[in-house]
Design a protein. Structure first.
Length: 394
């Protein structure tokens, strides 16, 4: 597996890691974050600013064509002002992302992919940091997926750019961020459709891994109707910071899991809540067991739904990415990441001082090189104007 071993920093380790990383040589950083109302939106920015990092910003300004409430608008504007106060408005480049109307077809993933591809060249930087703390789920997962593939391709051409994912993680804060109403249609992360509707593979069995969190009954029902899976393996967060959280999630969804879906209790899987790389390994291996078991019969399609925390969503993405693009022997899985997006958000009830833990995940780059390759990796040239941002790609 690609991310075994891995590089993960949390809380105090976050500052230690980035201090060491920035002291190695002068680095140009591209920080990509969401223009959102979440109270945790600027924590990564503050930490990097305190370490005197040379940062340019792509601010993903997502919208669904609806009027924001006064509370959400005020909190979003406060975050934008705070960002400009840290790095200067001239370092911030807004990237507009249309999420589509509440009753329109889901286009968040496709539009995120297209806008990031057009925003500029990430290989002009030494490090790209994607902070998903204030991003909608589909925007966050698509952003990481498109940048990871783009930087992997650049590595083949001799470029070495580091990709990091950061998030201020708090299960309680996520639950209080405003639930809202859901879309009717299932959407897929771009590039991860699992060939659900392909006629040539329509007879392959569907295996579904819903990664469970609180209040997910409606999403489970809609995705189940769309996939019509032959086998269901619910993934429960365990170990967890709250020891009984997994039991409580199963109890909350017991009717739909056991009475409606007829899930076998032995099919329930466990994934570490606070270590996305350990969760990645657990999900990857569960998918791989089905790949190997059904390979002799023509294979299968695996679908993984990220219905839990943002850390576990990154674990889902890495497991699916590794199955699609990694060093997997034999017949590959058809891999899909289905999700139901929120159409209209309720007002958040987050407290400004809500506790959280700040995580930094090093996804690709120098840590994957050999010692000789790492010593020979050139630094990107610093722009003559440190406040400049890269020109948009043609």
């Amino acid at each position: 597996m690609r991310w075994d071993p891995y590089s993960l920093s949390c809380d105090a380790e976050f500052d230690d890691f980035w201090k060491r990383h920035l002291e190695q040589r002068r680095r140009r950083l591209l920080l990509i974050l969401g223009k959102g109302f979440d109270v945790r939106a600027l924590e990564t920015c503050r930490r990097l600013h305190d370490l005197d990092a040379n940062v340019s910003i792509w601010l993903l300004a997502f919208h669904n064509g609806q009027e924001d409430s006064d509370l959400r608008r005020q909190r979003t504007e406060r975050n934008v002002r705070g960002l400009a106060a840290l790095f200067g408005a001239d370092r911030i480049k807004e990237v507009d992302i249309d999420l589509g109307g509440a009753f329109a077809a889901p286009v968040a993933s496709v539009n995120t992919y297209n806008q990031l591809r057009a925003a500029g060249d990430p290989t002009e930087f030494d490090d790209v940091v994607v902070d998903i703390s204030a991003m909608p789920r589909m925007v966050a997962m698509t952003s990481v997926a498109v940048l990871l593939k783009r930087l992997d391709n650049a590595t083949v051409d001799g470029e070495c750019v580091n990709l990091h994912v950061t998030t201020a993680e708090s299960v309680s804060a996520d639950l209080n961020a405003g639930q809202g109403s859901l879309r009717d249609q299932v959407s897929f992360v771009r590039g991860f459709s699992g060939e659900l509707t392909a006629q040539t593979t329509k007879d392959l069995p569907h295996v579904w891994f819903p990664v469970l969190g609180e209040n997910q009954r409606d999403r489970l029902d809609k995705i189940h109707q769309h996939l019509t899976p032959d086998e269901i393996c619910p993934v429960v967060p365990f170990p967890s910071r709250e020891p009984r959280r997994g039991d409580q999630i199963i109890y909350e969804h017991r009717d739909i899991l056991f009475d409606v879906f007829q899930v076998e209790p032995r099919n329930i899987l466990l994934a570490c809540e606070y270590n996305p790389f350990e969760a990645y390994k657990q999900i990857f291996e569960a998918m791989d067991r089905y790949r190997r078991a059904l390979g002799e019969l023509g294979g299968c399609k695996a679908f993984v739904s990220p219905l839990s925390s943002k850390l576990l969503s990154i674990a889902v993405l890495l497991a699916c990415y590794d199955h699609r693009y990694g060093d997997v022997p034999g017949k590959r899985l058809k891999v899909g990441i289905p999700y139901i997006e929120t159409a209209v958000y309720d007002d958040p009830v987050q407290e400004p001082d809500a506790p959280f833990k700040l995580y930094s995940m090093w996804i690709c780059g120098e840590w994957e090189l050999t010692d000789s390759q790492r010593r020979g990796a050139p630094a990107k040239e610093l722009a003559s104007d440190e406040h400049s941002t890269p020109a948009p790609a043609e």
